[in-house]
Design a protein around this ligand. Structure first.
Ligand SMILES: [Zn+2]
Length: 221
């Protein structure tokens, strides 16, 4: 059984739900913040979503000028669509994987400032690890926030009812790779208590159980 909560507070991570037209309904973006740093994870689908993000930053008592980075988990339109409007608002670096960068640039007209990959660390909340989760897109990246034992999955993991699953085949560039990425993640032995996903309900405690069950026979396909 997966325990899901909506808008459950995590110290240093703010969930910002954005709107997507169509069946997927909501895409979540995240603000990871401490005294010095403010990192936006994904940008929603549209200009409207960029307004939601700007408001969320103001609610934290910060401004767009405080934004120290925009990290993109992957290049799908519902995750990069708000970037076009956010880009001219302030001087923050946009980072994405090398593989997903060209399509992001084609969609948004925004050039990435830095290409990022597993092994890189974002300098916020004591260090946030970048983890490669290829499959949903080949360049998909996720984040592990060790301080609060939280995995920000992008679309590499989705929640469906009472269980988690790997990015489903019809949404994945390489479904087998998507499942292999989960196995590799589990083999890393990270202590993951919470999983935050781009779509669907998040897991807010004891995520190891549902994560391990993703790869159980027949689950997720
Ligand atoms: Zn996606």
């Amino acid at each position: 059984m997966v325990t899901v909560h909506k808008n459950f507070p995590i110290e240093g991570i703010e969930t910002v739900p954005c709107r997507v037209d169509g069946f997927r309904g909501v895409v979540k973006t995240y603000l990871i913040h401490d005294d010095d740093q403010l990192v936006l994870v994904d940008t929603g689908a549209s200009d409207l979503d960029s307004d939601i993000i700007v408001n969320a930053i103001q609610k934290l008592g910060r401004t767009m000028d405080d934004l120290t980075m925009c990290f993109l988990t992957h290049n799908h339109g519902d995750h990069v669509g708000g970037l076009k409007r956010l880009r001219p608002l302030a001087d923050f670096p946009v980072v994405i994987s090398e593989i997903d960068a060209p399509q992001m640039e084609r969609q948004t007209g925004v050039k990435p400032d830095r290409l990022i990959s597993e092994g890189d660390t974002l300098p916020v909340l004591g260090g946030v690890k970048v983890i490669a989760m290829p499959g949903h897109t080949i360049g998909s990246l996720a984040l592990y926030v060790e301080r609060v034992e939280t995995f920000i999955a992008g679309d590499s993991i989705v929640s469906a009812g009472q269980h988690l699953m790997a990015s489903p085949p019809f949404l994945s560039d390489d479904p087998q790779l998507a499942r292999d990425s989960i196995k590799r993640l589990l083999d890393m032995g990270l202590k993951i208590d919470k999983v935050l996903m781009g779509h669907g309900d998040d897991v807010h405690n004891q995520a190891a159980g549902p994560l391990n069950r993703i790869l159980a026979e027949g689950r997720g396909f």
